[in-house]
Ligand binder design. Structure first.
Ligand code: GRF
Length: 196
């Protein structure tokens, strides 16, 4: 049975694109039934529109206090079985976390539990990896709970940290493995190889 997924993304959406492409190619038995962004000018929304996927701008500006319930209702109306956060910069509310408990995944650009937690996003993660002198980094796909990057880990992929790495070179190397790891992990969930 094809897994029906929704993607939540705030910015560029390159991970969203990797998932959309894997679905379109048939590499994974999943279908992206909708993409929600809190950012009306995000490239992620544009990528979804280009792929013919319903693209929805939903934020505290458009929905105020009812955002959490509205997102939940929208995703339930689309019969979403898995919610994939891909660079989604907002915390989910109790309605979303309750309705989709154990069925929300995220990708983090480091080897959790290292370099996760509140405030650890974007270049800050790679800065921390370099400052710690780590010899390897990578990406982690994990379940989402009410904490920051604390849900059960589902998959990881490693990359080396090279002596002359900058935040930019390391970020690019990690992002490349994210684009492989995230669709691959969703594919395993769709095939029942990873049980969530
Ligand atoms: C990725 O590095 C992901 O690990 C993190 O946010 C970034 C999103 O990048 N959660 P993109 O929008 O998918 O290009």
């Amino acid at each position: 049975m094809t897994l029906t997924i929704a993607i939540l993304a705030s910015h560029g959406g390159s991970n969203a694109q990797a998932i959309i492409d894997a679905c379109a190619r048939g590499t994974i038995d999943a279908r992206v039934a909708g993409l929600i962004s809190n950012n009306s000018s995000s490239l992620a929304l544009e990528r979804a529109r280009k792929a013919g996927i319903p693209a929805m701008h939903m934020s505290s500006v458009t929905h105020g206090e009812s955002l959490d319930a509205a997102m939940c209702k929208q995703l339930q109306a689309l019969d979403i079985e898995l919610v994939a956060l891909a660079g989604y910069m907002k915390q989910l509310g109790p309605a979303m976390l309750g309705a989709f408990e154990g069925r929300i995944v995220n990708i983090h650009p480091a080897l959790l539990p290292r370099h996760g937690g509140r405030g650890m996003f974007g270049s800050r993660v790679h800065e921390a990896v370099l400052a710690a002198g780590d010899q390897r980094s990578g990406a982690t796909v994990h379940l989402v709970d009410s904490g920051y990057d604390t849900g059960a880990q589902l998959a990881q992929a490693e990359v080396p940290v090279l002596p002359d790495d900058t935040v930019e070179t390391l970020a690019a190397r990690v992002l490349e493995v994210e684009h492989r790891l995230y669709p691959e992990t969703i594919g395993k969930i769709a095939r029942g190889e990873i049980v969530i």
